[in-house]
Design a protein. Structure first.
Length: 448
């Protein structure tokens, strides 16, 4: 495996960031951001990102490796950050009708676990009803916000995203805006998990690149509707009641604006692919897949049940036939995290928008609730899956069936409120250890 160091002098990164910002034309004033007070570093040992079945021994290894990254790797960490300034930006993105308060617990816990080389920034550009203005509009605001932070903090070298629910789609759009083909190392494997999990497959969309002039490391979503929302499997609170499912799509724009039509895949003119389909490809609107592929690791956490906002299939990017009975036992050390599976890239021609889909979309817009509407959603969802599966994903299944309030699964998964939704503490611990492990692996690889 050919590798090259990505840890350069500050002036080198500042120059790259400056060049990216100049290209983007952003002139906004930088905003304040937060940083942590504890220490973090990389491990000098090897890392195993393998995943698949419910195995306590394996995932106990994940925690042990993450702990090793904190306690035994000061020499590696100091190689990239001699001044102890934060060099890894972690952007937290909330979901619909939410605010920065959603991340109060997670922000504090991630600061404690990840250490001071992480700058943890909670996005505030899309609070409350701003989430109704469309995924594209929210994504652009998020991109501007990230650029402001990058401009203000010259020590930054790497970037990761952690997003909840609709925020995952905002983040996916934002990284396409922030993406540039410039890469610190074009020989680096597209997904570090490929090399450590013995996977020889690669993706044409995973050839490096930069996000806001920084090296992209981890892209993580929690209960995000990657396939949109439809029916009881995708929007569970409709309970499969036909009249509710029939009314949901046409009523959605009235309640949640452009975002609603985008989630139901009915946005735009009949002959134009819906936004979520375009976001599963590289197109004239943006390099959506290339931006995702630039990250070393893509992880999606999905509630297998009791999430009445986002169904298991859409949050885990799976077909109905790919859903199996999940394990009921939690992984050692991570309560309610029941399974981890690595899904390698699946080569395909990418998503298509056929004439059949055009006709079905027009009927879905004019007469929602008909059989053609069902067929249209099935067509588009399959195309979105084919597009996104061109990249490798680590899929983490979460089950709150044994928690005191299982019906709060959608907010448990990111611990929206520490007193009400604390069942998700184990999920945040798993996220933190995954981030820390990936950070240490990236630094270690660069040092070889």
């Amino acid at each position: 495996m050919a590798t090259a160091p990505f840890i350069h002098a500050r002036c080198s990164y500042s120059s790259r960031i400056s060049n990216f910002i100049n290209k983007s034309g952003s002139q906004q004033t930088p905003i304040a951001s937060s940083s942590s007070s504890s220490s973090s570093s990389a491990s000098n040992s090897g890392f195993n990102l393998s995943s698949g079945t419910n195995s306590g021994q394996r995932h106990q290894g994940l925690r042990a490796q993450a702990m090793s990254a904190t306690t035994n790797g000061n020499s590696i960490s100091s190689m990239g950050n001699s001044r102890n300034d934060p060099d890894h930006l972690l952007v937290l993105v909330h979901g619909i009708l939410a605010s920065t308060a959603d991340w109060t617990y997670a922000e504090a816990e991630l600061k404690r676990r990840l250490g001071k080389n992480f700058l943890i920034f909670v996005s505030s550009s899309n609070t409350y009803t701003k989430t109704f203005t469309g995924i594209d509009g929210a994504g652009k605001r998020l991109a501007d916000e990230v650029l402001q932070v990058v401009r203000k903090t010259e020590s930054l070298k790497r970037i990761s995203f952690l997003a909840h629910s609709l925020g995952g789609l905002f983040a996916r759009y934002a990284i396409s805006v922030l993406y540039s083909r410039d890469s610190y190392n074009r020989d680096q494997p597209d997904d570090l998990a490929h090399s450590t999990e013995g996977n020889s497959q690669s993706s044409s969309f995973s050839k490096g690149g930069m996000i806001a002039g920084l090296e992209p490391i981890s892209f993580i979503t929690l209960a995000t509707p990657h396939l949109g929302v439809r029916g009881k499997r995708q929007l569970p609170f409709l309970l499969g009641v036909p009249i509710l499912e029939k009314l949901a799509a046409p009523m959605a724009p009235l309640f949640v604006g452009r975002t609603g039509s985008q989630l139901f895949l009915t946005d735009g003119k009949p002959n134009r692919p819906p936004l979520l389909l375009r976001m599963a490809s590289d197109c004239e609107d943006g390099k959506f897949l290339s931006a995702l592929g630039a990250f070393k690791c893509r992880i999606i956490y999905a509630n297998v049940s009791y999430d009445h906002m986002v169904g298991w299939r859409t949050s885990s990017i799976r077909r109905e036939m790919e859903l199996s009975k999940p394990p009921r036992q939690s992984l050692d050390g991570y309560q309610h995290v029941v399974d981890v599976e690595y899904c390698p890239p699946v080569p395909s021609d990418g998503p298509q928008f056929s004439q059949e889909a055009v006709r079905a979309k027009e009927e879905a817009q004019n007469a929602p609730g008909t059989q053609k509407t069902v067929e249209y959603h099935e067509i588009i969802e399959e195309e979105v899956i084919q597009g996104l599966q061109q990249l490798g994903w680590r899929k983490v299944d979460v089950s709150f069936h044994s928690s005191f309030w299982p019906f709060f699964a959608h907010n448990n998964i990111h611990v929206k409120n520490e007193w009400i939704h604390n069942a998700g503490i184990g999920v945040i611990a798993h996220v933190a250890d995954s981030l820390r492990q990936q950070e240490a692996s990236s630094i270690l690889t660069a040092s070889l």
